[in-house]
Design a binder for this molecule. Structure first.
Ligand code: ATP
Ligand code: MG
Length: 401
């Protein structure tokens, strides 16, 4: 009797499964869901443009900005495209056009933020995608990079990474090592526009895990650039196209995370205020510091603009979380972003269908109060991060409440 070889059997089963899954998704799943963005009220647009409701109404009345559709009760509703158009029209006629255009000016350095923590489920992806959308709505040119083989960030944009990018099309193509005739491609080859104005995506996918396994051999044969320069290098090709790049890292301190960290000008560490999460955060910091010290002496990251901690999935109803949050603030001081990302069923329910708070249908929202509270938290911590970005560009921004 012949025994089957294990790896052959696993490969056969894997091929069978993935073919069947692909077939099934073609047959049964709705065609790739066309994602849509909700419309925004006058109050929301006023907040985004940092003007008053009255200012907007007058601008419409004077004909300085085009009229928009009106919803129930004759209330104006703006699409993200319209907000951008209005932003540029108002800037053209403003005494200080920069009041409406918060992005980079001559000499400002591209801001690259990586979201890190090797604690799985600490809201890295949710934070990255929500922050990215908020910054795009504020008028920044944003690029999101999915550096996680799990590719959760990519699914937020209507992709099924295991099918859509099975053979390529992810960040991996832009950072991979030489293999015969196959070499890395410019990042522009894998960069995609999204349905969200001002927001582009470099998808992730399972192929990225090859980077973890290939790096040790690439290091031993001395292939250049070394792993920690590969994301940094690829981003140079699109340096002028964006104001802000956000990189979503996998929940581990592997080569991908280190490459993201070394490409970054700032880091955002998500922490759930729970004891176990704090313990793992502390472990992450110790390990990262050890590795960065070695990399630093080899030309890796040396200086950075911001290292910020964001308390995530913060349940204000749990007193131990409140106490821990307080304690973290005392310990880590100003590095802790003032407003936490609160735990909210509005976020997790939207997440179930790969949506952020900016995409859910408000008319069908059961609990509007819960939604508003979650959105308020997003706006608030995003504003805090915006202040850090502006200060990296040498601009002081008055932080509103
Ligand atoms: N503020 C929040 N309130 C409620 N649920 C949240 C919140 N943030 C994230 N979640 C939920 O927690 C789960 C994990 O979030 P997410 O995928 O963003 O974490 P992650 O750190 O990226 O995970 P991984 O380590 O696997 O990459 C998801 O189901 C998400 O919907
Ligand atoms: Mg994630």
């Amino acid at each position: 009797m012949t025994h089957p070889v294990l790896h052959d059997k696993l490969r056969q089963d894997a091929d069978r499964l993935s073919e069947a899954l692909e077939h099934m998704s073609k047959l049964f799943l709705a065609p790739k869901e066309q994602k849509t963005l909700r419309s925004f009220t006058t109050a929301e647009v006023a907040e985004l443009l940092r003007v008053s409701d009255g200012y907007l109404r007058k601008a419409h009345f004077d004909g300085r900005i085009p009229e928009v559709t009106q919803g129930p009760g004759n209330k104006r509703l703006y699409t993200a495209e319209e907000i951008n158009e209005i932003r540029h029209l108002l800037a053209q006629n403003a005494k200080d056009p920069f009041q409406f255009l918060p992005g980079r000016r001559d000499g400002d350095k591209l801001q690259i933020w990586s979201t890190v923590n090797f604690k799985g489920g600490s809201s890295k992806t949710t934070t990255t995608v929500t922050l990215g959308m908020r910054l795009a709505l504020r008028g920044y040119r944003v690029c999101l990079i999915d550096a996680d083989p799990q590719a959760s960030l990519t699914t937020f944009f209507g992709y099924q990474p295991e099918i859509d990018f099975r053979h390529g099309g992810t960040l991996y193509d832009a950072i991979r090592y030489n293999d015969g005739d196959t070499t890395r491609v410019p990042i522009t080859d894998v960069l995609r526009k999204t349905y969200f104005p001002g927001l582009d995506l470099v998808p992730g996918g399972i192929l990225l895990s090859e980077f973890e396994t290939e790096t040790p051999t690439a290091l031993s044969r001395g292939e250049q650039p070394v792993f920690f320069n590969r994301i940094r290098d690829s981003l140079r090709q699109v340096e002028d196209e964006y104001d802000i790049v956000l990189i979503d890292c996998p929940p581990q301190l592997g080569y991908l995370t280190m490459a993201a960290v070394c490409a970054s000008t700032s880091l955002l560490m998500t922490i759930i205020p729970e004891r176990v999460d704090l313990a793992s955060a502390s472990q992450f910091l110790t390990m990262a510091s050890g590795i960065l010290e070695v990399l630093h002496s080899n030309g890796g990251i040396g200086s950075y603009d911001n290292f910020a901690y964001l308390l995530t999935r913060f349940d204000t109803a749990i007193s131990t979380q409140q106490d821990l949050a307080e304690w973290i603030r005392e310990l880590l001081g100003d590095s802790v972003i003032r407003t936490p990302f609160v735990k909210s069923s509005a976020v997790s329910e939207a997440g179930l269908s790969q949506k952020t708070l900016f995409e859910v249908d408000l008319a069908g929202t059961k609990n509007r109060k819960t939604y508003d509270r979650a959105l308020e938290s997003v706006i608030s911590f995003s504003n805090d991060i915006e202040v850090m970005i502006q200060s990296a560009w040498g601009r002081e921004v008055k932080r509103e409440t």
